[in-house]
Design a protein around this ligand. Structure first.
Ligand code: FAD
Length: 474
């Protein structure tokens, strides 16, 4: 046919799944083409997810620390913020810098990047349309590409709920990251990790925040005793947390938005400058012609894959938010490397015992492997040990002595099977636990590993000491 080009390995999407698959496949000697509809590479994570959210959280932490430094005997006067400058810094010095970096890496690995929107025609062919409205679809326009192998990495998008149409004052997480000003009143619907992280950031920046959470607990994927520490800290920042709250509708004017919700059968309203809806994300599997292929999806719209990321069509792979498992960037990175290896004939496989999950609240939450309850559900008897940051000199000298490290081991074998951390630096500390769990270390291995003093990492060793029956600072 006319206007058909042939490619070896084609990847749709340049987020954590797509760009890492591209780099790894190129390292394995593949000729790689990435199709990305957005103007920049990096996907949600770099442009409107992990990275800009951490930048805002960091700005909030700085401001709060400056304002709260009296505990050290320091008097600060007039710590002020020019939010336009914060946003400019986030865009140019953080997001642009990181996306440019990914662009350079792709070029270095001779990956071809096509800017456009991919639509699948069959198990071996797709079309690329100019990004934007889809008027080209019906007349069969666009560039047709035949591929040998395809990796789908199309990611996910925010869920919209009835009565809350995204607009100027009713916004999704992307709007929440790019606010032109610090709101005086900010309503967050959905206290999952995205909602709670940004609620904390804006509270640190000076907003009064209300979280409306539909279930009985915010950040429900972490254990209650961990979340209660974060809840207390959010409330100390002035955040109002309303659980079991059903958001019903939002009435938007040019200047504000009034949110109606129901608790215990009673209706109430809250007025705010902005209302951010963060109630979950939907996989992008319904908007690019997947139905033209034989790729099977689950009833939740996720793509079924084997342990190498291969779909029901042998030459099509899928990674990242569109496959089952936690929708996290580092999980996408891992799957991407596995799929790139599989295409290149390597003996790679996904093994998910050690996927850490982190929530960048204040203090941070981190968890890897199994909790005590999850182990019990699997019929595994456990030993559990918990060491508080209150007993850690470094945490105390940082004035951040809230929280704990908990280790879970298999009672029979002594092998570490899980770990949970709430406290300062949890996001960094959890990697040691991931390593331990991945390498099937036991408590003794951690207890006999010398940790430098005084550091936030010591509670890991202290918890291991408890597990082997010889607590030191407890
Ligand atoms: P995405 O990053 O969604 O990338 C998909 C790419 O595919 C996009 O660039 C899109 O434009 C492109 N695309 C889609 N369809 C087509 C098509 N038909 N043609 C061409 N291109 C297409 N995760 C963490 O691990 N840590 C965090 O701290 C964290 N924070 C987050 C904060 C927020 C506010 C949000 C929203 C998410 C956060 N995440 C975090 C989740 C993380 O961003 C995702 O798990 C990750 O981006 C998924 O990567 P992906 O490659 O599957 O897809």
């Amino acid at each position: 046919a006319e206007n058909v080009i042939e490619k070896d390995t084609v990847i749709i999407g340049s987020g954590p799944g797509g760009y890492v698959a591209a780099i790894r496949a190129a390292e394995y000697g593949q000729s790689v083409t990435v199709i990305e509809k957005s103007d920049t590479v990096g996907g949600v994570c770099l442009n409107v997810g992990c990275v800009p959210s951490k930048a805002l959280i960091a700005a909030g932490n700085r401001l709060k620390q400056d304002r709260d430094s009296s505990v050290y005997g320091i008097t600060t006067t007039g710590a002020e913020i020019d939010f336009a400058k914060t946003q400019e810094w986030k865009k140019t010095k953080v997001v642009d810098r990181m996306t440019n970096g990914v662009n350079m890496l792709l070029k270095k690995h001779k990956v071809e990047i096509i800017n456009g929107e991919a639509y699948l025609d069959s198990d071996t062919q797709l079309r690329v349309m100019p990004s934007g409205p889809r008027q080209f679809m019906d007349n069969g326009g666009g560039q047709t590409i035949k591929f040998k192998n395809l990796i789908l990495a199309t990611g996910s998008r925010p869920v919209e709920i009835r009565g809350f149409k995204f607009n100027k004052r009713i916004i999704d997480s992307t709007g929440g990251l790019n606010l032109p000003e610090i709101p005086k009143e900010f309503v967050v619907i959905g206290g999952g990790y995205v909602g709670s992280e940004l609620a904390g950031a804006y509270a640190d920046l000076g907003a009064h925040v209300t979280i409306l959470e539909g279930t009985g607990q915010i950040i429900p994927n972490f254990e209650k005793d961990m979340v209660s520490i974060v809840k207390k800290s959010l409330e100390a920042k002035g955040v109002t947390i309303i659980t079991n709250a059903m958001a019903k509708k939002a009435d938007e004017t040019d200047n504000d938005v009034t949110v109606t919700y129901e608790v215990d059968g009673k209706e109430a309203t809250v007025k705010a400058d902005y209302c951010m809806v963060t109630v979950g994300r939907r996989p992008n599997t319904d908007n690019f012609g997947l139905e033209m292929t034989n790729v099977k999806t689950t009833d939740r719209g996720l793509i079924e894959v084997d342990e190498q990321g291969r779909t029901s069509v042998p030459n099509i792979y899928a990674v990242g938010d569109i496959v089952p498992g936690p929708a996290l960037a580092h999980k996408a990175f891992f799957e991407a490397k596995v799929a790139a290896g599989a295409i290149s004939g390597k003996n790679t496989a996904n093994d998910f015992i050690g996927v850490p999950a982190v929530c960048f609240t204040d203090p941070e939450l981190a968890s890897v492997g199994l909790t005590k309850d999850q182990a019990k559900d699997k019929g595994i008897e456990t030993n559990v040990a918990k060491f508080p940051f209150a007993g850690n000199a470094r945490a105390v000298s940082l004035d951040e002595a809230e929280g704990f490290v908990r280790l879970v081991s298999d009672k029979k074998t002594g092998t570490l099977i899980g770990g949970q951390i709430v406290g300062p630096g949890a996001s960094e500390l959890v990697s040691e636990l991931s390593l331990a769990i991945n390498c099937q270390l036991n408590a003794e291995d951690l207890a006999l590993t010398i940790h430098p003093h005084p550091t936030l990492g010591e509670p890991v060793q202290e918890a291991a000491d408890i597990l082997i029956g010889y607590p030191t600072h407890l």
